[in-house]
Design a protein around this ligand. Structure first.
Ligand SMILES: [Zn+2]
Length: 312
């Protein structure tokens, strides 16, 4: 443009103005793999980014694998955010296939102490899944709200690096969102502290390891892995029914996106109530259209726990 402006004058001024306006309106294109990342990026980036989620709404997250069309989408983005190699074992191969040298690839698990299987809380969840590239690592980092705050910071840093002119806005949005996560965390802390020792009967896969350590609660689950494709054995289901009868649990919780076969059997056999405990991997198409947030899901979880654990 400089050669056009060599003479100066009004034409030059107008050209500079148009160029400045275009730069200000340009949105950073962000693709996030799963729902928590999508929600965090939405909260931090707001109106300054054009955001999409790689995982289609309504699809179970662990079984998802990107298709060639997804590589094209990612190639056209400025930032690609993923939850970590334990959650997305295909990520290295995918990035190699995307011919976009300027793409910023952001591992949202950076700075987070991922839990190995041996530290997974609860004896029923002590075995690692086999469907992830990183065996023996629990990928569900977002269900500890301290980790969620770190993820928000990582996303804010990536947005600021891509669009330094907005860094103050990103920092302020991140601060506000982290404040909401802290308040959410306090409500869970308070709830579990009032209850004392708590066992949650859960018919889903081992998604709540970080959550259970954070709040000192135990989960009883018939699954032996971090992924819902590891089928529970009949023995595990029978053991779960016995646990519910012995403990007098009033509710059996089930997971999102998957038909709750196991939880339904256990609830039917024991008369316990069937309640959703959302792992936030993904949301339904309807929820996506309604712009449901991560914090909405977690607040709903707290209500479900209140209901199911008090037996009201
Ligand atoms: Zn999971």
């Amino acid at each position: 443009m400089r050669w056009l402006c060599r003479g100066g004058g009004i034409f030059c001024y107008l050209l500079m103005l148009v160029s400045a306006v275009t730069a200000a309106e340009k949105k950073t294109a962000v693709i996030a793999t799963i729902f928590p990342l999508y929600d965090f990026a939405r909260a931090v980036g707001g109106e300054y980014i054009s955001l999409s989620m790689l995982l289609p709404p309504g699809v179970e997250a662990h079984a998802f694998e990107p298709k060639p069309g997804d590589m094209l989408r990612i190639g056209g983005a400025d930032i690609f955010v993923y939850a970590g190699r334990a959650m997305e074992p295909w990520v290295d191969e995918l990035i190699q296939g995307v011919a976009a040298p300027s793409l910023r690839v952001v591992d949202a698990s950076t700075g987070i102490a991922v839990a190995p299987a041996a530290e997974q809380a609860g004896e029923h969840a002590a075995h690692a899944g086999h469907s992830h590239g990183q065996e023996h690592v629990d990928p569900h980092i977002w269900l500890d709200f301290d980790n969620a705050q770190t993820m928000v910071d990582t996303i804010a840093a990536a947005l600021s690096a891509a669009d330094p002119a907005r860094r103050v806005d990103y920092a302020e949005n991140a601060r506000r969102y982290k404040e909401r996560l802290q308040k959410l965390d306090s409500r869970f802390v308070e709830f579990f502290a009032q209850r004392g020792s708590t066992t949650i009967v859960y018919g889903g896969h081992a998604a709540f390891g970080y959550f259970s350590r954070r709040y000192g609660v135990s989960f009883v689950s018939p699954y032996r892995g971090f992924s819902p494709d590891a089928e529970p054995t009949p023995q595990n289901i029978i053991a779960m029914i016995k646990t519910v009868r012995r403990s007098g649990a009033k509710a059996v919780f089930y997971e999102e996106m998957i038909e709750p076969k196991v939880a339904t059997i256990v609830a039917r056999e024991t008369g316990a109530e069937l309640l959703l405990l959302h792992g936030a991997h993904n949301i339904s198409k309807e929820q996506f259209a309604q712009a449901v947030t991560f914090i909405d899901l977690m607040e709903e979880n707290l209500e479900q726990l209140r209901r199911g654990l008090s037996g009201r």
